[in-house]
Write a protein that binds this ligand. Structure first.
Ligand code: NAP
Length: 365
């Protein structure tokens, strides 16, 4: 780990996820924010001016950022001059996102992205640091593709899968084989950014999210896939079916899961002890943003709940509970995670901490 602080650019700094980045990165022990970037509309204004009237966090704008000048995210030269690492949280079309993130990486920058555009690129690892840290190995081949002097790109998965993927990992690691999973997701309005869904569509309503369902069914297959010949090969023996609904809560995505196993089924006590005792790499390395316990298990029949449990361990832990037998598959339970923290900014920061610890991201200054 570099002794010097890594200089960081937050791209999309004015948005819902960008604001979480700044709140978490304020005072970070390894990373120092040196660039705030957004669209041309915000460029040339101080950050305080750019987010006036649309700051959404309960804590106010961290003081050190209010007077910083926002630049245009397309100004790659300035980003390169001032930063080593880019947190990308912009809302652009997939083609434009890929073009921009590739351009940063080709210039020697490291990119950790919240955008979905690169999630299907086979040599771009899609990382949940507790679950698949070994996938960072493909960065070597990706850098070769991007050209001499390149940095590299890693992405975060969709916020809709964060909770339930964490609950599967300790089961796989202990030798049990989840094979069929059905999830119904209750997803918060902040998942759509700002201004997001029209209030008249979402208040007093549950809104179907077909676009989220495909990601929810396919992204876990990459995360549980294997590294082969410089790319990630998707897992084939896990079938997922998802219903995703936008519900009128501000933060937190909750999954109601039914799970079936190939072969033997672990008993409920076994599952609970595996969840409680799970101590993956970020926890054993004590990375700064790693929650002490990645899964918090509830025994109360009415938990987890969005409002009560999304902020556990500063929004970085998953909350699981209501574990019961399932009369169709084997087990059923619910799990919750904070979509803009663990499912977006916080998860990306933890990924960057892992990449720094592993020696990929270094200070160039
Ligand atoms: P958001 O609130 O709509 O913010 C979008 C950001 O992108 C703003 O900073 C905006 O800048 C910037 N932007 C828009 N058009 C741009 C352009 N042409 N050039 C440069 N910057 C541009 O969205 P969000 O919810 O923060 O989401 C950001 C990304 O994270 C998206 O890709 C989203 O899918 C992903 N994500 C979101 C969540 C979540 O829970 N919200 C979770 C996981 C992943 P201006 O303010 O200047 O317009």
């Amino acid at each position: 780990m570099s002794q010097k602080k890594i200089h960081v650019a937050v791209i999309g700094a004015t948005g819902m996820v960008g604001q979480q980045y700044l709140s978490i990165l304020s005072g970070h022990p390894w990373f120092e924010v040196t660039v705030l970037a957004a669209s041309a509309k915000s460029a040339g204004r101080t950050y305080g001016e750019a987010v006036r009237g649309r700051w959404h966090l309960e804590k106010s704008v961290p003081e050190e950022f209010t007077g910083m000048m926002v630049i245009d995210a397309l100004d790659i030269k300035t980003v390169k001059a001032r930063a080593d690492l880019v947190f990308s949280a912009i809302s652009l079309s997939p083609d434009d996102t890929i073009k921009l993130e590739d351009a940063y990486a080709s210039e020697g920058l490291w990119v950790v992205s919240n955008n979905s555009a690169h999630r299907n690129t086979p040599d771009v690892p899609m990382i949940i640091p507790e679950v698949n840290p070994g996938h960072l190995a493909v960065l070597k081949d990706q850098r070769r593709r991007l050209g001499k002097g390149a940095g590299g790109i890693a992405v975060k998965p969709n916020c809709s899968i964060q909770g339930f993927v964490m609950t599967l990992a300790p089961l796989y690691e202990a030798g049990w084989v989840p094979s069929n999973l059905i999830t119904t997701n209750f997803q918060a309005v902040s998942g759509a950014g700002y201004p997001g869904q029209a209030s008249l569509d979402v208040i007093d309503n549950c809104l179907p999210l077909p676009g989220e369902e495909h990601k929810t069914m396919t992204e876990p297959l990459k995360i549980f896939g294997r590294v082969q010949d410089g790319r990630i090969v998707q897992k084939e023996d896990l079938r997922i079916s998802a219903h995703c609904m936008r519900v009128p809560v501000i933060h937190g995505h909750l999954s109601a899961v039914s799970l079936g196993f190939a072969g033997e089924t672990p008993g409920m006590e076994k599952v609970i002890s595996l969840w409680k005792e799970w101590m993956p790499l970020p926890q054993s390395l004590k990375l700064p943003s790693a929650p002490l316990q990645p899964i918090h298990v509830f025994s109360e029949p009415d938990r987890p709940q969005h409002r009560l449990d999304r902020d556990i361990e500063k929004g970085m832990a998953a909350a699981a509970g209501r574990l019961r037998e399932c009369s169709v598959l084997d087990l059923r339970y619910t799990c919750l995670s904070h979509n803009t923290i663990r499912g977006a900014a916080g998860g990306a920061i933890l990924t960057a901490e892992l990449m720094t610890h592993e020696g990929y991201v270094t200070s160039r200054r």
